[in-house]
Design a protein around this ligand. Structure first.
Ligand code: AMP
Length: 219
């Protein structure tokens, strides 16, 4: 029997996928694989990959399936992903979902969690989101004065992501509806989809997710 726990976390941008994945990595001893984090790190490092994708990220567009699929393949080959992974921000298109199936083979995706939050609420969350450039800790714009723009955890600069500007937010949410929302039906048909109300405190969402994982006998 396979011991791999491959969990996909779906939801609009700002639904809390990253926050939840960070909370769950310790529970299940599997890494968070966030394609957004990998791409942002490449941009920050100024690597050839970063130079290639920086304009797309800034505008809120999507990087090509081919490139993202390859990044995930490379990441899954690392030792810490031998027991599975929490996929955050991937897959985002049907092509990526099919590539993930091919990559995981018999192990397959075990569960897909859909963090459900209204478009109005995620728009509000994204507009007020501020992020530590160094460690990724998330703040609200109302926190900035109290922390003097400096991350309480690592001392890094806390900034607004370029793709959290209004026009980029609109574009990202449109792309979600067009390219990513169809994945809900794709996974639903296979009995893998569970929708969790994302309009609760992060603690409540984590508790709901842990319950689903345990009810399904996955951990
Ligand atoms: P995220 O942090 O998941 O919102 O990702 C930030 C940006 O990285 C997205 O707006 C896209 O430009 C790019 N990106 C991340 N994941 C993917 C993906 N699976 N497919 C295509 N582009 C992606």
């Amino acid at each position: 029997m396979s011991a791999r726990l491959n969990l996909v976390v779906l939801g609009k941008q700002g639904a809390g996928k990253g926050t939840q994945c960070k909370r769950l990595v310790d529970d299940y001893a599997i890494p968070q694989i966030s394609t957004g984090d990998i791409l942002r790190a490449a941009v920050k490092a100024g690597s050839p990959l970063g130079k290639e994708v920086s304009g797309v990220l800034e505008s809120g567009g999507l990087v090509s399936d081919e490139l993202v699929n390859k990044l995930v393949l490379d990441r899954m080959n690392q030792d810490d992903a031998k027991r599975g992974a929490l996929f955050d921000g991937f897959p985002r298109t049907l092509n990526q979902a099919e590539a993930l199936d091919a990559l995981l083979g018999d192990d397959g995706v075990k569960l897909v969690l859909n963090l459900d939050v209204s478009t109005d609420l995620v728009t509000e969350r994204l507009s007020s989101r501020r992020v530590c450039q160094e460690c990724g800790t998330i703040y609200r714009d109302s926190d900035i004065e109290a922390i003097s723009g400096t991350c309480e955890k690592c001392g890094g600069d806390v900034i607004q992501r370029a793709d959290d500007q209004p026009e980029a937010i609109r574009k990202r949410l449109d792309l979600y509806e067009r390219d990513t929302a169809p994945l809900l039906a794709f996974y639903e048909k296979r009995g893998l989809l569970v929708t969790v109300n994302g309009d609760q405190t992060p603690e409540q969402v984590t508790t709901a997710i842990r319950q689903v994982v345990s009810e399904r006998g996955l951990a």
